[in-house]
Design a protein around this ligand. Sequence first.
Ligand code: PLP
Length: 428
Amino acid sequence: MSHEKSHAAFERAKRLMPGGVNSPARAFGAVGGEPIFFDRAEGAYLFDIDGNRYIDYVLSWGPMVLGHGHPKVVEAIGQAIPRGTSFGAPTEAENILAQLVIDAVPSVDKVRLVSSGTEATMSAIRLARGFTGRDVIVKFAGNYHGHVDSLLVAAGSSAATLSVPNSPGVTSGTSGDTLVLKYNDAEGLEAAFAEHGRHIAGVIVEPVAGNMGCVKASIDFRETLREVTREHGALLIFDEVMTGFRVAYGGAQELYGITPDLTTLGKILGGGLPMGAYGGRAEIMDCVLPAGEVFQAGTLSGNPLAAAAGIATLEVLRDTNPYEELERLSTRLAVGLEEAATAAGVPFSIGWFGAMMTFFFSTESVTDWDTASRCNTDRYARYFWGLIERGVYMPCSQYEALFLSTAHTDDNIDATIAAAHEVMADLE
Ligand SMILES: *Cc1c(COP(=O)(O)O)cnc(C)c1O
């Protein structure tokens, strides 16, 4: 398989953009080698500029749950373009999308549309602080909430630590109001609230973690999240940018039967165009300007093209309810990968929740960042490149989840499992 044109394009890109990319995960840094440049996509397939075809398990990091180029989505965008691509003024499409979100996501009575997941989480924590009049935000090691300054803080040890920034440019003042705790550690959470409770504005959490690989939240952990926040008057923020419309139409909160105070959305919400949202109880959302005083704005917020793509995507999901079928396919994939690894004697642990999954090269089960960080990432890199050579595009990091779409078929799964058997057999 040749990647000559990708190589040449990357050489050019490196002179034009930092690291040759516009988002770091794309640079393939975690698996070594150079990124592949893509030309087009169709259904479950990606085509690179050298003409190679891949089964796509990245799906633009989640948004393309209907696969690439779903006819309803393409048609909706096509119809929106000639009517105007941005007005910076209200449109009926925003009403339609807002209503879809409110109907879908149990915790959302009112919603504000923004243009990315980062914008959604940044705004949600500002709102939590504005609403409670408190400063401290709790987050969990290994959870990612976009590149919001105060959420870009180092993974703490198992003890609660007031954090230090892990990116240059984030001031200690900003990150000092963030408390980093261990994921799935209900006791640690209770202890942190016992000590800092009256200063905590909110807890932001991935209800199923996807950004340290796919890691489920234990029942004990998620119930404790709801209890301690309620008890101490802090807001519980479910960051469902990845899980929203993916693990279920109403997100993880629908499956858990837990109602957070605020929810952040993105990815699938825009159907492949830039769109995010945050929403929650009306009493909280009405604190946002101009109903209330918490400032948040955006020139392209609720953009008509993104709204059209989002509406079409959500309507298809609502009307076809593909979640059981997605789960059936992901079960087949998980079982197949397990068998491939077992046959090859490769130790593993699978993190898996509906149509998101991570195959961890780990000798222990992965429940938090400590256990995730002990994975054999060299082995993952070899697995990744072995699959690339066989036309399967998996996430270019051990610490990202793979996704399935409604365009994936049993044949795709079979081909992927067959490729995994070959690659695993070669790993050691
Ligand atoms: C992707 C992601 C974000 C950030 O969204 P962007 O659109 O990349 O800014 C935030 N939270 C979670 C859980 C995500 O997966």
